[in-house]
Design a binder for this molecule. Structure first.
Ligand code: AMP
Ligand code: ZN
Length: 469
């Protein structure tokens, strides 16, 4: 797969350190409130990335952190007299619900900051032992001057970094405006942990370095986020990780442009945001929201408007109408080789588009090519059964990446679909032993096949969901 790497600002080939296995870290939410759909643009894009890697036959280990200790959380807890866990828990649950609503595949790990304080203290201790830190008024800071490569990711020079550095109200006494806090001194009334540098709590940047390296190793393949994460967050992650280990932290970085509203980045602080729940309450279809969020290339800003959402819903309707028509119209026997070849070419176009830095416009064009092929064959009254199954399979495989088709279509996972297709192929070749073996294999997975004059039907032995393939 080719990707645009923020580090080199060029297209690079993603070659995993371990062949066939991509280790991916995606910065997650701070759980003091509901995430807004700007955040979900980033999470949906990362989901499309993850699904694309799998579509291309790669295994993915993805980690997304949950930041459950942070200034805004503490402020809320202090104001309401709650413990921070009581503030965060409902939003952690809401976040997982929202991920499921938007059909975002689960990552392999969702580590919480409060459960990894030990790892963060260890990392800060290594940095202290290596001479990269200083203490000031009870807090521990990273000294940027000790890491000359600082700024490589954001391509900022020293002066720009100095000007751009955020002055955090918690960072009382830094030697240099660019320095950032690793461990914040305890303040009365706030939660704290004991550490070799005194009572306190971890800084935000430290969390991501400690948790990514714990689950993915000291060097891993790919780290992503929104463009606002590049500086200072990701720059600081690189500095503290590489200064501690002496090794490269991450091979490739990818960043998504923002979801905009009223000409500005959608953000809580600007008040121009919608939560997913707001939109659902107003009757919008979550599939249309997902479709809108993924249909613009991730490196281009996307304007959120009611009109754009309406357009996404209309395109989705075209896809739904097509799959409904495929189910409805009778099909003749046999196959149409020329049609099959055109569908195969479109499926290949889909694959090569997503493999080219997630070119979703190209991928969607390929999907709609498949739809047009199907419609015109049905208009001619010539869509033989086997070609129809090929069309369905091509659409489902594409939907393994996009995940916008109707829910029923999702029940079969790709592996099962591939097996059904192979069985059809075996039967065509009169290889009955192979066809039987596949049927038994599917049965082991709880999938019961039934050959009917209308084609292969399947149902789940347990759970009752069913459909036709
Ligand atoms: P935050 O909770 O602000 O740390 O953001 C969580 C994730 O959402 C980060 O990867 C941000 O880059 C991303 N994000 C925040 N606002 C937007 C936006 N308007 N559009 C796209 N991504 C965003
Ligand atoms: Zn992060």
């Amino acid at each position: 797969m080719r990707i645009h790497d923020t580090l080199t600002r060029r297209m690079e080939t993603l070659e995993p350190l371990e062949p066939g296995h991509v280790r991916l870290y995606t910065c997650g939410p701070t759980v003091y409130d509901f995430a807004h759909i700007g955040n979900f643009r980033t999470y949906v894009w990362e989901d499309v990335l993850r699904r694309t890697l799998r579509h291309l036959g790669l295994r993915v280990t993805q980690v997304m952190n949950i930041t459950d200790v942070e200034d805004k959380i503490i402020a809320k807890a202090v104001a309401s007299g709650l413990r921070i866990g009581d503030v965060t828990e409902p939003f952690v649950q809401a976040f997982f619900e929202d991920l499921a609503t938007l059909r975002i595949e689960a990552a392999e790990h969702y580590p919480r900051a409060t459960e990894h304080i030990r790892e963060m203290i260890d990392l800060a201790s290594r940095l202290r032992a290596n001479g990269h830190t200083y203490e000031s008024q009870g807090s521990l800071y990273f000294r940027i001057a000790s890491f000359p490569q600082y700024g490589r990711l954001s391509h900022l020079d020293r002066r720009e970094i100095r000007v751009g550095a955020r002055v955090d109200s918690d960072e009382y006494a830094k030697e240099d405006a660019r320095d950032f806090v690793l461990w914040k001194a305890h303040r009365e009334g706030e939660p704290f942990w004991e550490s070799p540098f005194g009572r306190g709590r971890p800084g935000w940047h430290l969390e991501c370095s400690a948790m990514s390296m714990k689950y993915l190793g000291e060097t891993f393949d790919l780290h992503t986020g929104g463009v606002d994460n590049i500086f200072p967050h990701h720059e600081n992650e690189i500095a503290q990780s590489e200064a501690a280990t002496g090794r490269p932290f991450v091979k490739h970085w990818m960043h998504a442009a923002h979801l905009m509203a009223d000409g500005e980045k959608m953000a809580k602080s600007k008040g121009n945001f919608h939560t997913l729940r707001d939109l659902l309450a107003r009757g919008h279809d979550p599939r249309a929201i997902r479709f809108l969020l993924l249909s613009t290339h991730y490196r281009s800003p996307l304007n959120f408007t009611a009109e754009a959402l309406g357009q996404a819903a209309a395109e989705l309707q075209r896809l739904d109408d097509f799959t409904a028509r495929l189910d409805r119209e009778p099909a003749g026997e046999g196959r149409d080789d020329a049609l099959d070849a055109r569908v195969a070419a479109a499926a290949e176009e889909f694959r090569s588009s997503v493999a080219a830095d997630l070119n979703v416009s190209g991928a969607l064009a390929a999907v709609f090519r498949i739809v047009r092929e199907g419609h015109s064959a049905m208009d001619r009254g010539e869509l033989p059964r086997e070609s129809r199954e090929g069309l369905r399979l091509a659409l489902r495989r594409a939907d393994g990446v996009l995940s916008v088709l109707e829910a029923e279509r999702e029940v079969l996972d790709e592996e099962v679909e591939a097996l059904i297709a192979r069985r059809t192929e075996a039967r065509r070749a009169k290889d009955w032993a192979e066809a039987d073996r596949i049927r038994r294999d599917l049965l082991d997975r709880g999938i019961v096949l039934e050959d009917t004059p209308q084609g292969v039907r399947w149902k789940r032995a347990v759970g009752g969901a069913s459909g036709s393939s």
